[in-house]
Design a protein around this ligand. Structure first.
Ligand code: HEC
Length: 500
């Protein structure tokens, strides 16, 4: 295809997209749509990575990247330029001698970035089809690189469990998205009634009761604090608005009741939003502080705005007081920054855990389409969303070509395509000594539990230990280091124990 043909294709695509927008506008009764008003959105909004690949690239590379006149792009060792940046460079500049045309004049940088993500999706689809699913043997034992383990369902019949906490006596608390806190007995039976008196919760779309965690001093006399993280609901202008909120309270087990509630974090009313997604929320305790993320609430640019709470990690004292040494308290350049902010530029973190050896806070955050991230969370740092990302929009349109920028942290690792990365936990304790300090990572969309081995901040091993048993929401350790995995669809809690 010549450059002129490429350009013609691109113009045709843009025209088609404009027509679609126009039609949508007319159908919606909005005759004076943005197109008609002459403020057409940037070309990038009309780009479609799959269609562009199929029109410009598939003739040589094959519809699925399997190759044709050009070499296959599938398989672990197939690529000469396996990194995202390497791929970007060859698509932009081409390779005259090798017969690969350069697309730098025909496509914008963000569009090329979207193609890189699309090729990575093709590669991942192929790799998953090739890779064997981890399956237990006839005795129910899974083999993995460093441990054999057994898995058993320890609680069933829950309604979209999001998180759990293991009580010292072996029972556990499970929070369900619909706003209910359940007590599960040691024999796995779920107490018939939810615990009464827990806060009212906004449950539409991604909202819900999203986190339950015990204070690390739970067993100290007079403590017994249980923390809940959820989407709080208010009314404004005749409609529901919501924002992430944290409370603590105690459980009166005799009366099966939530009591002694205290507010730990609540955003100002003006920060409550009508959007119904990206609430973040996992709680990590350290040294009298509690750390938690709030997602960008679907307003990506707000992640860079220090005067709003969304798209940030926050730190407060475990009784809710605001620490005076948080990074933006009294910051000369940011006098209006919210004092609870610990980091910013976070999209929607839904995994957080403290490294057992270094004490560092680690987090996973959902990318858009591609660009799920693993980060080390350090005070005052900008994680870059949405200015930099390895992902693109769900529709296949680009967000940006930038994956790095000065003053913005790089992830330790990114999953492109996304696994819909969710809860994480570091392994410690006696049960799985050969996994000591490894990070367990869950993925909803890819229905996966992975074990990551890290050397400092470098990923050196990634192994899928469970796959295709349901959407995996969260992972926790029991008192002896046994692993609990929270599944959605089927809604179950599964325990992994080592087998010699
Ligand atoms: C005319 C045929 C042709 C077309 C059209 C074409 N390519 Fe290529 N491409 C090649 C060839 C041949 C190579 C191998 C070059 C080499 O060996 O150095 C290649 C290499 C590549 C590589 C590097 C693979 C590696 O080993 O790292 C990428 C990425 C790539 N192409 C992407 C694309 C994309 C994206 C498009 C569409 C926008 C595209 N190509 C269109 C022929 C083509």
């Amino acid at each position: 295809m010549s450059l002129r043909e490429v350009r013609a294709f691109r113009t045709a695509m843009i025209k088609r997209a404009s027509m679609r927008k126009l039609q949508a506008g007319l159908i919606g009764g909005m005759v004076f749509s943005t197109c008609l008003a002459g403020t057409a959105p940037a070309d990038a909004e009309r780009f479609d990575a799959r269609r562009t690949y199929e029109n410009l690239c598939a003739s040589c590379h094959g519809m699925k990247g399997q190759g044709g006149t050009a070499p296959s792009m599938l398989g672990r060792d197939a690529l000469k330029h396996p990194t995202a940046d390497g791929m970007f460079g060859i698509i932009k500049d081409g390779n005259d001698l090798g017969g690969m045309p350069g697309y730098g004049e025909a496509l914008s940088d963000p569009e090329i970035r979207a193609l890189v993500i699309y090729i990575r999706e093709l590669r991942e689809r192929h790799a998953r089809a090739e890779a064997p699913t981890p399956e237990p043997d006839s005795a129910g034992v899974y083999e993995s690189q460093h441990h054999r383990f057994r898995s058993e369902v320890v609680a069933d019949g829950l309604a979209t469990p999001w998180s759990m906490a293991v009580l010292p006596d072996g029972r556990f608390l499970v929070c369900e998205k619909r706003g209910t806190l359940r007590l599960v007995n040691t024999d796995g039976s779920v107490h018939a009634e939810p615990i009464t008196g827990t806060p009212a919760v906004f449950t539409q779309n991604q909202g819900g009761l999203l986190e339950v965690a015990l204070h690390p001093g739970y067993e100290t006399p007079g403590n017994a604090w249980v923390y809940l993280g959820f989407s709080d609901i208010k009314r404004r202008g005749g409609r529901d608005v919501s924002m992430t909120k944290i409370v603590r309270g105690r459980i009166d087990f005799a009366r099966h009741r939530w009591v002694d509630e205290e507010m730990i974090y609540e955003a100002e009313a003006r920060h409550y939003m009508p959007t119904r997604h990206h609430f973040g929320v996992r709680l990590v305790f350290d040294d009298g502080y509690v750390y938690f993320p709030i997602g960008d609430r679907g307003r990506q640019d707000m992640a860079q705005d220090l005067t709003v709470p969304n798209g940030k990690f926050h730190r407060v004292h475990d009784d809710g007081r605001i620490p005076t040494d948080n990074p933006f308290v009294g910051h000369p350049q940011h006098p209006d920054a919210l004092p609870t902010i610990w980091t910013y530029g976070n999209r929607n973190p839904q995994g957080a855990a403290q490294h057992p050896a270094t004490g560092a806070l680690w987090s996973t955050e959902h990318g858009p389409r591609g660009g799920d991230e693993l980060n080390v969370i350090e005070p005052g740092v900008n994680y870059g969303w949405p200015v930099i990302t390895y992902g693109m929009n769900y529709t296949g349109t680009p967000i940006t070509e930038k994956t790095a920028a000065p003053g913005m942290a790089q992830p330790v690792h990114h999953w492109t395509p996304s696994i819909a990365v969710c809860g994480i936990e570091f392994v410690t304790g006696d049960a799985f000594p050969n996994w000591e300090n490894d990070l367990l990572v869950t993925g909803l969309a890819k229905q996966t539990v992975r074990r990551l081995r890290l050397d400092g901040n470098t990923l050196i091993e990634e192994e899928e230990i469970i796959r295709d048993r349901g959407r995996v929401r969260d992972v926790h350790l029991g008192p002896r280091g046994e692993v609990y995995v929270v599944f959605n669809q089927p809604d179950q809690i599964v325990r992994l124990t080592p087998v010699d």
